[in-house]
Every structure is written in structure tokens, then in C-alpha cells.
Ligand binder design. Structure first.
Ligand code: TPP
Ligand code: MG
Length: 316
């Protein structure tokens, strides 16, 4: 991998990490309300996958960093968290609903596993249209216990749909350890009778980038669906209101020792790393300022955008 790409991956992981720090701080100050699921620790997966994959993307609710790595500006992601009109979803979606049809990014879903059938429908449409770039759907380990997941892998397999199922296995669904709700530690076990599966270290951005590139190559050749499982680890509680007390300090130490940003930093020129960090800090400050200064949506527009409008033309 060349230095330019490595620096780009590093920059986006750092931007994502500082974005989440900014979001957390502003939530605690009362500037952001509603749900907030932070991606701190899981940036390698979010950035590696978004940078590698070219087609349509459906994500989980833990999606700020994916939205940013996909190309949505940090100003409009931050303004969305603040519920302001300059937000990417015009302040109507919040943390779990970043949506940009221009970037083929159909965002998160508050219903665990609910977006997986939507992504399968999109892959079906793309196959019908003769578009081969494929659809990427990202979901957690917990989502693989939903009926919708099993129905989706079955339909994708029987129709040989161009879809990449990417499981973000952080071993927890809120505070429930995977061993209590899943017969398998590795969720690929559930998919492998339907399609080929791959496993990747989700704390290594280069490995994620390369694996997703390879998996996209497979679906582009018309082979049908593929399942990738990325083993990862979140550094914070499930959401801002979860104090993470169900994980021991020893478990957290092991988790943080795998910090994907620190791992990549060792391969980045020191001066470059330093200047990127300063750039990121300035950008986040500007994004917060932008979000604070942006207007609240007008109450008279409450029903606007509820039914089909311009944007949806890009989807179908
Ligand atoms: C259908 C449904 N059931 C339950 C919930 C509550 N809930 C929100 S997140 C979550 C855990 C999901 O865990 P996982 O899929 O592993 O994703 P992670 O948060 O670890 O990224 C649950 C049970 C929900 N939002 N939707
Ligand atoms: Mg999980």
C-alpha cells in the first residue's frame, strides 16, 4: 500500500476519533440530544470498509465515522447531531440516520438488523439494472441473531445477489456478551452454508481495506454474495448512556492495546502524523462552530420530506 493511501486512512481514522470526542463533549454539554452511539476503537473497520468499497452502502446506527469516511462533510454530520437544518439529513434524522443518496450512502437504521433486507432489495435492484458495483451492508454481531438476517442471506444466496455482508463483531450487543445469545463466537458460521466467508482483524485498517477490496472483486465478477467478519472492539459503552460497567478493567486494557490508530501511526512519518493531528483538531472545532451557528428546522416544515421527494430518485 502506498504512503498516500496510508496517510489518507490515518487521517480519516483520526478525524473520526476526534469527531466522536467532539460529539461526546457536546452531548454532555446539552448541545446534542437523542441517541448517540460512538465508534471510538472501531475506526479501522469504518474507514477501511468505506474507503475500499465503491457501491451502495447501508450501515448500522453506529455510523458517524462511516458517513465521514464515505465523504459526507464533518460539518453536515455534526449539524445533523445538533438537529440543525444544515445537517446531512436536514436535522431530522440525528445520530442514526445519516443519508446521502449522492454518495450512495443510505445510512443507519435504529432497528437492529432492519437495514439488512433493505440492502438486499438494493442489491436486487442493481442486479436488475445491470450495475455490478454491488451493495455493502454493515451490521453488528447482535444483528445476526435476527430473523431478518437469516432471510436476507437466504434470498441473497438464491438470487446470487451482488452484496457484501460485513459483520462488525465486537462481541457485545449493548451489555450482553455474545456467548449468551449466539451459538457461535464467529458469526460467519451462520452464513457459510449460503456463501463464502472471510475473517479479518477489524482493528487493522490495512487488512480491512484489502479484505473488502478482495470481497468486492468477488461480487463484481457475478459470483453472488459474500460474508466478511471483522473482529473488533469498542472502547466506550454501547451508547452515551451506557457506563460500560459489565466489562472488567483487564478486558478494557486488552481492547485498548489494539488501538487501530496507534497501530497505523507506527507506519506514518512523525511530522506528517503531527500535522494531520493539528489539522483534524482545527476541523472539528470548525464543525462544532458550524453546527452551533446553524438554524433549527422551522416548525412549519414539520411534514416536509415525509413523502417521496427529489433524493429518492437516486435510490431506485
Ligand atoms: C429490533 C431491535 N431490537 C432491539 C433493539 C435495541 N438494541 C439497540 S442496539 C442493540 C444491540 C445490537 O448489537 P450489535 O448488533 O452487536 O451492534 P453493536 O452495537 O455492537 O455495534 C439492541 C439490542 C433495537 N434497536 N432493535
Ligand atoms: Mg456488537
Amino acid at each position: 500500500m502506498d504512503d498516500e493511501l496510508l496517510e489518507d486512512l490515518y487521517y480519516y481514522m483520526l478525524l473520526g476519533r476526534y469527531f466522536e470526542y467532539g460529539a461526546k463533549e457536546n452531548y454532555l454539554q446539552g448541545n446534542i440530544s437523542g441517541f448517540l452511539h460512538l465508534d471510538i476503537g472501531q475506526e479501522a473497520l469504518s474507514v477501511g470498509a468505506m474507503k475500499a468499497f465503491e457501491g451502495d452502502v447501508f450501515t448500522t446506527y453506529r455510523e458517524h465515522v462511516m458517513a465521514i469516511a464515505r465523504g459526507i462533510s464533518i460539518k453536515s454530520v455534526m449539524a445533523e447531531l445538533f438537529g440543525k437544518i444544515d445537517g446531512v439529513s436536514k436535522g431530522r434524522g440525528g445520530s442514526m440516520h445519516m443519508f446521502s443518496p449522492e454518495l450512495n450512502f443510505y445510512g443507519g437504521d435504529a432497528i437492529v438488523g432492519g437495514h439488512i433486507p433493505n440492502a438486499v432489495g438494493c442489491a436486487y435492484a442493481r442486479k436488475y439494472q445491470g450495475i455490478d458495483t454491488g451493495t455493502l451492508v454493515v451490521f453488528g454481531d447482535g444483528a445476526t441473531n435476527c430473523g431478518a438476517f437469516f432471510e436476507s442471506i437466504n434470498i441473497a444466496s438464491v438470487n446470487k445477489l451482488p452484496i457484501l455482508f460485513l459483520c462488525e463483531n465486537n462481541k457485545y450487543a449493548i451489555g450482553t456478551h455474545i456467548s449468551k445469545v449466539s451459538s457461535f463466537e464467529k458469526q460467519a458460521q451462520k452464513a457459510k452454508i449460503y456463501m463464502p466467508t472471510m475473517e479479518v482483524d477489524g482493528m487493522d485498517v490495512v487488512a480491512v481495506y484489502e479484505t473488502v477490496t478482495q470481497a468486492q472483486g468477488y461480487i463484481k465478477e457475478g459470483n453472488g454474495p459474500i460474508f466478511v467478519e471483522a473482529m473488533t472492539c469498542r472502547f466506550e459503552g454501547h451508547s452515551i448512556s451506557d457506563s460500560n460497567q459489565y466489562r472488567s478493567s483487564q478486558e478494557m486494557e486488552l481492547c485498548k492495546a489494539q488501538d487501530p490508530i496507534e497501530k497505523l501511526k507506527a507506519h506514518i512519518n512523525k511530522d506528517v502524523a503531527k500535522s494531520l493531528e493539528q489539522k483534524v483538531i482545527n476541523e472539528i472545532e470548525m464543525a462544532v462552530k458550524f453546527a452551533k451557528e446553524s438554524e433549527e428546522p422551522d416548525i412549519k416544515d414539520l411534514k416536509k420530506y415525509m413523502y417521496t421527494q427529489e433524493g429518492l430518485k437516486h435510490v431506485i
